[in-house]
Write a protein that binds this ligand. Structure first.
Ligand code: ADP
Ligand code: MG
Length: 693
């Protein structure tokens, strides 16, 4: 249950004074539905209103705060002309200019003959001085309220700074006094103020430096957020470890046989990963290990071989993929090996229904199926194993911690291996997985050709089309990835359809199309035709699956490459270079390219090392953007930015570990404060793992 102290912060923003449903909607778009969401909306700039010249000394285009006397109101003759309020001081005249003004409002606010302090940008216009739509107009006694550094917030269509400011003030007024959850020596060393003060300081920058993520106030807030993240992960892990596991140690009989059945020898990295996995499984604790490796690094066979130990002991195993296509592909690649060893393997997805499904579930419950491959259909309640001991989740970041937990309920003491092809920087991996053990496949299977990567402006489209034509002549296949126009499948699909149309006019029937708006069965059919049929060019939006394996594909064209994240480009590129033919990746970009975009494309041309690419991406763009897509499943932070707060993450991790060592159920005074922290950052799910108290 959420601690009471946080209730005011988790109220809807519409509970704030002056915030009605319409404004609430805007605030929701900008920040979120709750008061607390507004608190995390930090200023991204300041306007200096301390410059207070006489009218005659006010420069063009500069924000000034000027004390004036109102002389006269001039209502416009028609709606296209502005309403003007003329003012003076001892040095000259200043016209306040308003378009679409309400006369009543202005006459009340600026009575003729009174003094007013106005603040805004001054413009020189035909020998006159104007201030169009002043940001502030107050009585002289209120000058203090406006003459300072004014924070500037991100806005959204329909929301004015003044209205937002008022909502923010309302939110700040609700701040409860929080208990201190931070580590006392750390706080002393960093000279951090308490949370409340730090938050206030972050919202009231006294200097331009105060806007920096490196300012003490922002560092403190970032640390709190990272601590909540690391503590929650450590708690999940503690929970996992507290549950009894079992020691899985096979005879290696199947493993020996598999070695002979494989058409290749394992790479050193694969053997190392297998040894690490076998080591974990042999222990009584539950395994939770991450297997990280680029597309094509050979994770699937590692997963399969790791299963054998459990099968030798008479247990069952499962492999879950994020999509239908990937599940079936895993099934197809494992099936021949399983058959060679006399093992029964089955596949179960959302599409399997009726009699066949029931029959499969019966076999599964009877323990006759050794390996079950599937999608999240495996989570369904009626999917019951006889004795599931080992599960592999090929997650590509699409499953969260919770789904992983749900899986672990399917088998007693289940060991779990999570595979990911997304090369994430160490810091990001830590925020997603905490202290998860990691095996890395950092060595490609032998015989792979390097991929030649080139960046080409989109104006040279026709050259690219002919180059693709030439490689088709030579018997290869090509992917053509279409621009990600917006976060809108409709528009993306339209762009892909247009490109498909164009390419089909050149290459005819050999061009296929897949996009997110197609039905799964249609998509699968096109993918299948590309894999083993007459489709030689596959036009696609980014729906093409990360792991889809088509060795004859040697050309990857990516339009508007500047719009993709580096990791995403790297993954897309990883779909070629899987066979023995030399491959090419053409990154088409729209000119002109910004500096960052240029640097990013350069990184891709220079290296195929996914881990290096991921680190560079983090450095160039900051953590919020690294994986580009929202569905990446990686945690996003409100204040913390891993590109600059990496040191705080390390500290938070060590801190989280120490906290749980000393106070595993967060019962001490600091423990109670930490519970508040977890709820503040909405890590509620983790709290359920604590014994109550
Ligand atoms: P990942 O799942 O990491 O993307 P896969 O397991 O799909 O990679 O492997 C890609 C391809 O490489 C598959 O066709 C697989 O048979 C092959 N492969 C895997 N390991 C080796 C190896 N050690 N030597 C040669 N080929 C391998
Ligand atoms: Mg794979």
């Amino acid at each position: 249950m959420r601690p009471e102290i946080l209730f005011p912060l988790f109220a809807e923003t519409t509970r704030l004074q002056g915030v009605g449903p319409r404004l609430g909607k805007l605030l929701n778009t900008l920040a979120g539905p709750h008061v607390v969401d507004l608190l995390w909306l930090l200023p991204n700039g300041v306007i200096d209103r301390r410059f207070a010249p006489r009218i005659a000394d006010a420069p063009h285009g500069v924000v000034c705060t000027i004390t004036v006397t109102v002389v006269e109101h001039r209502a416009p003759p028609n709606r296209r002309r502005p309403y003007v309020v003329s003012c003076t001081d001892e040095s000259g005249m200043l016209d306040l200019v308003f378009f679409n003004a309400k006369a009543d409002y202005l006459t009340q606010l600026l009575p003729v003959g009174t003094q007013r302090v106005v603040s805004g940008k001054v413009e020189h216009y035909n020998n006159s001085y104007q201030m169009p739509h002043p940001d502030h107009m107050v009585a002289p006694e209120n000058i203090e309220s406006i003459m300072g550094l004014e924070p500037v917030y991100p806005l959204t269509q329909g929301l004015t700074p003044k209205v937002l400011r008022k909502a923010l003030d309302g939110a700040m007024a609700r701040l409860p006094k929080m208990p201190e959850w931070g580590d006392a020596p750390l706080i002393a060393r960093e000279r951090w103020a308490p949370w409340n003060e730090s938050l206030r300081a972050a919202h009231a920058p006294a200097t331009h430096e105060a806007l920096s993520p490196l300012s003490p106030a922002r560092r403190r807030l970032a640390y709190d957020e990272l601590l909540a993240n690391q503590l929650a992960l450590a708690m999940v892990r503690q929970h996992q470890k507290r549950r009894k596991g079992r020691a899985i140690k096979g005879t290696c009989a199947l493993y020996e046989k598999a070695q002979h059945a494989l058409p290749y020898t394992l790479t050193g990295a694969q053997r190392m990963a297998l040894a690490e996995i076998a080591g974990d499984m042999a222990e009584t604790g539950r395994m939770l290990r991450l297997l990280q490796g680029d597309v094509g690094s050979g994770k699937t066979v590692v997963a399969f071989l790791a299963m054998l130990g459990a099968i030798e002991m008479g247990c069952q195993t499962a492999l879950m993929a994020p999509t239908e296509i990937l599940a079936r592909q895993h099934y197809q690649s494992i099936e021949p090996l399983a058959a060679a060893l006399g093992l029964k393997i089955a596949v179960l997805t959302g599409r399997d229904k009726g009699k066949a499904r029931r029959a499969l579930l019966e076999e599964l419950a009877a323990g006759e199926v050794h390996i079950l491959v599937g999608t999240h259909a495996l989570f369904q309640e009626d999917v019951v194993f006889h004795d599931l001991a080992f599960a592999v989740v090929d997650e590509q970041h699409r499953f969260g911690v919770h789904q992983r937990m749900a899986f672990s309920d399917k088998g007693a003491g289940l060991d779990m291996l999570v595979m990911t092809a997304t090369p994430i920087p160490r810091t990001l991996a830590m925020t997603a997985y905490g202290d998860l053990d990691v095996s890395r496949l950092d060595e490609k299977p032998p015989g792979r050709q390097p991929i030649t990567t080139r960046a080409i402006p989109s104006s040279r489209l026709e050259e690219v089309v002919s180059a693709v034509g030439r490689s088709l002549e030579a018997g290869s296949k090509a992917y053509w990835v279409c621009p990600l126009v917006e976060e809108s499948e409709v528009i993306d699909a339209a762009a892909a359809e247009e490109r498909h149309h164009h390419l089909a006019s050149v290459f005819g029937e050999r061009v296929g199309l897949v996009h997110g708006r197609m039905k799964a069965a249609e998509k699968d059919a096109v993918m299948e035709a590309f894999k083993s049929g007459d489709v030689d060019i596959l036009v696609a939006t980014t729906v093409i699956e990360v792991g889809v394996d088509v060795p004859q594909a040697t050309v990857m064209v990516i339009e508007h490459a500047e719009r993709f994240g580096l990791a995403q480009l790297h993954q897309l590129r990883g779909r070629v270079g899987r066979g023995t033919g030399a491959s090419t990746c053409l990154l088409m970009y729209q000119q002109p390219l910004g500096e960052t975009a240029k640097a990013r494309l350069k990184v891709l041309r220079e290296t195929e090392d996914g881990f290096r690419i991921a680190e560079e991406d983090l450095r160039l763009r900051g953590s919020g953007e690294v994986l580009g897509t929202r569905q990446s499943g990686l945690p996003t932070f409100r204040v913390a930015d891993l590109a600059v707060h990496g040191d705080l993450l390390e500290i938070a991790r060590a801190d989280a570990r120490l906290i749980l060592d000393r106070d595993p159920d967060l019962k001490s005074e600091r423990g109670q404060a930490l519970r508040v922290l977890l709820y503040l950052f909405e890590r509620d799910a983790a709290v359920q793992f604590l014994k109550s108290g």
